[in-house]
Design a protein around this ligand. Structure first.
Ligand code: AMP
Length: 284
């Protein structure tokens, strides 16, 4: 059986009507396409849990700021469809921008506070764009479960909070980060890396691990943890650190002391790429 490609809101609603009426569990995996092994893990989890798996592919202009990579974001619909077919996805929902935004959008969703740190200040408007498109996708597809990667931990925290605050009837499932063998988190944006840059970027995961080791060894002072890791990053000539923080894993604000679990989150710039990663750390 081949995967259905659906491009309009009416068509996806019709396509899912019978699945819903017959009590099937509908799983949604929202993506921006250029599917890779990270996305595949989300899809496989959805396939295990749900009777009907929908993958959305939509590069949402409203979550890109001026000067960001919206114009250049890789679009590979043909191969994305082939991957979805291999992974037994039922429906790919790939609307055009005009289908999602047929008129000026006057309604915003803002999850306060959770976007105040980390990527928030560096990408003004980004999380507002994310929250709105995710809520639209939830309303269009009405999934029972939706799958998000821990790689985008701040996005995940914001979506979870939006769902709780607005009583949206969907279970949010988080999926651990898929990495290359040298630790680099797989991302559609890794394509922007030149050969020399690609050799340097595993440092990002290495410093997160250094932070985790310190926490596991009993270090509780965030400044101390950050200083040691930053020293390693600063030795990398091509890498510019955008942020490096120890944060509360739900509220996503920096903490000065490690109590219970924390997430260490980082963003770096290298060449034309901006890469983010994070690691959950619990004191032993
Ligand atoms: P994107 O297409 O980059 O918007 O990502 C779509 C979903 O895939 C998001 O929930 C991401 O967090 C998730 N994702 C992206 N890269 C990875 C990865 N390396 N491992 C696990 N999930 C990922």
């Amino acid at each position: 059986m081949s995967v259905d490609l659906v491009k309009t809101v009416d068509a996806i609603r019709k396509r899912l009507q019978s699945a819903r009426l017959s009590g099937k569990i509908i799983g949604l995996v929202p993506t921006m396409g250029a599917l890779h092994r990270g996305h595949f893990r989300l899809i496989k989890e959805a396939r295990q849990d749900c009777n009907c798996v929908v993958v959305s592919i939509f590069v949402n202009p409203h979550q890109f700021g001026p000067g960001e990579d919206f114009e250049h974001y890789p679009g590979t619909l043909e191969s994305d469809l082939a991957h979805c077919e291999e992974l037994s996805v039922d429906v790919v929902f790939a609307p055009r921008v005009e289908e999602m935004y047929p008129r000026e959008q006057l309604t915003f969703v803002e999850v306060a506070k959770l976007g105040d740190y980390l990527c928030g200040p560096h990408r003004p408007g980004h999380f507002k764009g994310v929250a709105r498109v995710v809520l639209k996708l939830f309303n269009i597809v009405q999934p029972d479960r939706a799958y998000f990667g821990e790689k985008d931990a701040q996005q995940l925290a914001i979506v979870r909070r939006m769902v709780q605050d607005l009583n949206i009837p969907v279970d949010i499932v988080s999926v651990s980060t898929v990495r290359e063998s040298d630790g680099l988190a797989i991302s559609s944006r890794n394509q922007y890396l030149g050969r020399k840059e690609r050799q340097r970027v595993p440092v990002l995961y290495r410093v997160l691990q250094i932070a985790k080791e310190q926490i596991q060894a009993g270090e509780t002072g965030s400044q101390h943890i950050l200083r040691k890791a930053l020293r390693v990053l600063e030795e990398e000539p091509l890498v510019e650190v955008e942020y490096f923080e120890v944060v509360d894993p739900e509220q996503m604000h920096p903490v000065s002391k490690v109590v219970g679990s924390v997430r260490v989150c980082a963003a770096i710039r290298i060449g034309s790429a901006r890469l983010i990663d994070n690691i959950l750390c619990e004191r032993e």
